[in-house]
Design a protein around this ligand. Structure first.
Ligand SMILES: [Ca+2]
Ligand SMILES: [Ca+2]
Ligand SMILES: [Ca+2]
Length: 431
């Protein structure tokens, strides 16, 4: 059974050998032997095991690049939200998440299906700050276009703009272990998709695609590979231009056609700030990619009897329909509690934005405005606030705000006694 196998794989051989239920087929709720030792594995912020010496050295240098605060003289800007990756990914250590004050806005104009970014911005991410000298890159101040006012971003007013404007917030998510999603094959992801809910369990699950390749990264699974999700924040969050490192060779198992691609890994990014492009060297970019690619997942804590009971409830409540405990990868099981698929989360969580080309979206009405990638739950207790915009302060709130396809599981959770709910929370806190 998936949950049992995952538990043993993730808490290490020594522990696994002391737990008879690990040899196979357990029910996921077996109480642990009282001699179970503390969970073993990499410390938070360490790389995954099994790297070569060269990869390890690159990873260590990459951690420095990740925390480096770029200055305007080094290319920061002309537009930016933060001066380093670690500005938003630092709680509790570099690679982590951030509180609400680091939230940023995403803005698209026109209706779903025709959405485009504000004119003169490289992406839908609205930069909070801008400096004075853009060379030829000055935004045209027209209608719903991007504006700076006293170096602070001014977004179009959705009520008075001449066309539809959709604005949503994003709260930083942790990237511990995220790089392992590249080592999960396309068929492993697509095997769980059920876009028309043919098995009738109320849960669809669509894969997203990014320029024809299956998406894995971002809250809408809108990006295929770590190179893109390193170069894109460099440009969109920090205004740091880069040349492709591997380009299309960085793409993970391309397969499907896309119509609304968001990223092209083969294009150099450029800007007009007067600092020669690229603003990050090839070596530094490679090291930064090594850091994001090889950062290890959080090591689960030892499961208490209550956590084990919570794990069993997590399954009976139906949470596992989306939060799959484990996916196979070429580097072993990835125990992230996600299927890497999109799910309709209901009207209240919907952000009205479409990214990438989700499965079947070219035929059906576009549903991506209501959909999100199942957020991984490993290490989840360290990354408050929760949900894509950080609207939930506690794990309990995050669960009760689930809607749409998750409504049944959410209602089943709400119907539990306080003691039973506490078991589910304790389980989440051990991941
Ligand atoms: Ca720049
Ligand atoms: Ca289904
Ligand atoms: Ca430049």
């Amino acid at each position: 059974m998936r949950t049992t196998r995952h538990l043993c794989a993730s808490i290490g051989l020594a522990v696994a050998m002391s737990m008879t239920s690990c040899s196979g087929g357990g029910d996921g709720g077996t109480a642990p032997d009282s001699t179970v030792s503390p969970a073993a594995g990499p410390q938070l912020g360490d790389p995954i095991e099994g790297l070569t010496a060269a990869e390890l050295a690159s990873f260590e240098r990459g951690r420095e690049v990740f925390s480096r605060r770029f200055k305007p003289s080094e290319g920061l800007g002309p537009f930016y939200n933060a001066t380093s990756c670690a500005s938003c990914h630092s709680t509790p250590v570099p690679g982590g998440s951030a509180r609400l004050y680091r939230n940023f806005y995403i803005c698209l104009v026109y209706p779903l299906g025709q959405q485009v970014a504000l004119r003169d911005l490289p992406s839908p991410i609205v930069p909070a700050f801008g400096s004075g000298d853009w060379g030829g890159f000055l935004p045209a101040h027209m209608n719903a276009n991007f504006k700076l006012d006293g170096s602070r971003a001014r977004m179009p007013d959705p009520d008075s703009a001449p066309y539809e404007v959709t604005i949503a917030q994003r709260n930083a998510i942790p990237i511990f272990g995220t790089g392992l999603f590249e080592f999960i094959s396309d068929p492993t992801i697509t095997a769980n998709a059920d876009p028309h809910d043919l098995d009738g369990d109320g849960i669809s699950g669509r894969f997203n695609s990014d320029n024809g390749a299956i998406g894995r990264f971002g809250v809408k699974a809108q990006v295929n590979n770590i190179e893109v999700f390193t170069r894109a924040p460099l440009q969109n969050q920090m205004g740091i231009t880069s040349d492709p490192f591997n380009g299309s060779a960085g793409t993970v198992s391309s397969s499907l056609a896309a119509f609304q691609g968001t990223t092209n890994p083969n294009d150099p990014t450029t800007d007009g700030d007067g600092i020669p492009d690229p603003e990050i060297s090839h070596d530094d970019l490679g090291d930064l990619i090594a850091f994001t690619r090889f950062l290890a997942p959080p090591t689960p804590k030892t499961f208490t009897p209550a956590a084990l009971a919570g794990e069993a409830r997590f399954e009976t409540l139906g949470c596992v329909a989306c939060h799959l405990p484990s996916l196979e990868s070429s580097r072993g099981p990835v125990n992230a509690y996600t299927d890497l698929l999109l799910h309709d989360m209901g009207d209240d969580l919907a952000d009205g934005l479409n990214f990438g080309t989700p499965q079947w979206s070219q035929f059906d009405p576009i549903t991506n405005g209501h959909e999100f990638r199942t957020q991984p739950l490993w290490g989840v207790s360290m990354s408050a606030p929760f949900l894509h915009d950080g609207r939930a302060e506690t794990l309990e709130q995050a669960i009760t705000l689930h809607g749409g396809e998750a409504q049944t599981a959410r209602d089943a959770y709400v119907a539990l006694t306080d003691a039973e709910k506490a078991e589910v929370i304790e389980f989440l806190e051990k991941l």
